[in-house]
Design a protein around this ligand. Structure first.
Ligand code: UDX
Length: 440
């Protein structure tokens, strides 16, 4: 089988498929990335990925190529291409999917009717899968299933091998064609199904909506608690107490209620905006206006943190030494796409602060893209001489910082916990002015 598109999603998917016994070829247009993957080297930071990649390549189950011609013998093709936000609006840019289909089509044609499965993993606007199915319809033996991926960065391998659920989108769940397509995809997923992973067969539109709904719902939970955090700051309540108590209601649940500088990454912001855009195109403008507020609350958190930082420095940022701990959009990844942490660091730098940005994994990428932003190899280096510390990505090593030892390094002991993870009391006991977002 093939996996077309070897980014965070596709590369992990390819290695995970090899891990469960399939022979997999990964295709990408980026020759450097393919070179690294083919040599068994992970081109990004993802726990557990290096091991499954190296094992797959070593055992000969997993190969990588830039040549679509190498996919000719595959029975199953996974589409794992990026669908970033369009430059001219909120909607998703489908050009990589269209280009992949253009490259794939001659090979699908040459199958001469042998059963061939095309599986869409990418997040796409509702209506896309049916359009692609219509395009593939003249090709005998070719079936399309839309099978959205729910993996979280930082847990990508585990989420791929043990997902909460498998969702198969087909043209008509009761149709004869669906039975063939479902059987083919079940064969791919056999070890997962045998381990009890639930599998739902729905129509294309439902499968597409499941993905964007899940991510938009998670985004809504985060912005909701962040709005409450603002009220906590005004009233003296503590948002972590409120979140803990409401999370004990099992209709609400405790997850995704951590207040702070908000969500980022390659999925939540883009999928939220993609849903707003698509709903608008389909005429459901008013019902989705609230998602614009969810987005606005989220981006407003960055400005809120910046206001706290300015206030902590008495309104004067020019030349002031600020340690920023964290650049990645969350821990256990080097991904800085739409990262609140990096955005805040860049804005402080833009306002004249003497920023020192640390991150255990993301700095190589940051240095390439923003060469003028000063970085520090370790948290200690960042802290040395700082007049203000901002904890913006909750890497375990930052959560575990010892306030007593950190106190010795800085020139002014003031810290803002942008992720609600520090025990502010113990920092205050060590002589720090410790501020949280929505926390006492
Ligand atoms: C998300 C979905 O969780 C996943 O199912 C989907 O397949 C892809 O998008 P991911 O982008 O890896 O995964 O990150 P996620 O763990 O969802 O976190 C998203 C952002 O929300 C991060 O910036 C994180 O810091 C933030 N977040 C999360 C909060 O601010 N508060 C929380 O309580 C939880």
């Amino acid at each position: 089988m093939s996996v077309i598109g070897c980014g965070y999603l596709g590369a992990v998917h390819a290695a995970s498929l090899a891990q469960i016994g399939h022979r997999v070829t990964g295709l990408d247009v980026d020759a450097d990335r393919i070179g690294a993957l083919a040599a068994g080297r992970a081109p990004f930071h993802e726990p557990g990925f290096s091991e499954v990649l190296a094992r797959g390549v070593e055992e000969g189950q997993l190969s990588f190529t830039v040549d679509p011609g190498d996919l000719a013998g595959c029975d199953v093709h996974f589409l794992a291409l990026g669908t970033p936000q369009r430059e001219d609006g909120l909607g998703a840019d489908l050009r990589y999917i269209d280009a992949a289909l253009d490259a794939l089509e001659p090979h699908l044609r040459s199958r001469a009717g042998r059963p061939t499965l095309v599986v869409g993993k990418s997040t796409v606007p509702v209506g896309t899968a049916r359009r692609i199915a219509q395009r593939l319809a003249p090709l005998p033996g070719v079936h399309l299933v839309w099978n959205p991926e729910f993996l979280r960065e930082g847990f990508a391998v585990a989420d791929t091998l043990r997902p909460d659920r498998l969702v198969y989108g087909v043209a008509d769940p009761n149709g004869a064609d669906a039975a063939v397509a479902v059987a083919l995809l079940d064969a791919v997923h056999r070890p997962l199904l045998e381990a009890g992973v639930p599998r739902l067969v729905v129509n294309y539109e439902s499968a597409e909506l499941v993905k964007v709904s899940a991510n938009s719902f998670l985004a809504t939970k985060i912005s909701f608690i962040n709005a409450i955090a603002e009220l906590c700051d005004i009233t003296g309540a503590d948002v972590s107490d409120v979140a803990e108590a409401i999370g004990m209601d099992d209709r609400i649940g405790p997850k995704f209620l951590r207040a702070g500088i908000g969500f980022g990454g390659g999925c939540l912001p883009k999928d939220l905006r993609g849903l707003i855009s698509r709903a608008g195109e389909l005429g459901a403008v008013d019902s989705f206006a609230f998602l614009r507020e969810i987005d606005a609350i989220n981006t407003g958190r960055r400005e809120y943190a910046l206001r706290l930082a300015r206030r902590a420095l008495d309104g004067r940022l020019e030349g002031r030494r600020v340690a920023v701990l964290g650049a990645a959009f969350k821990p256990d990844t080097d991904d800085v796409r739409d990262s609140p942490a990096l955005d805040i660091a860049l804005r402080l730098h833009g306002e004249g602060a003497d920023v020192r940005l640390a991150d255990p994994a993301a700095l190589p990428g940051v240095r390439r893209r923003y060469p003028s932003l000063p970085t520090a190899d370790t948290a200690e280096d960042a802290l040395r001489g700082a007049e203000l510390v901002l904890l913006l990505t909750e890497w375990p090593e930052y959560r575990a910082l010892d306030p007593v030892r950190a106190r010795v390094l800085v020139s002014r002991p003031v810290i803002i916990d942008g992720r609600g993870v520090l025990d502010l009391g113990s920092w205050r006991d060590a002589g720090w002015e410790a501020l949280g977002l929505g926390r006492r």
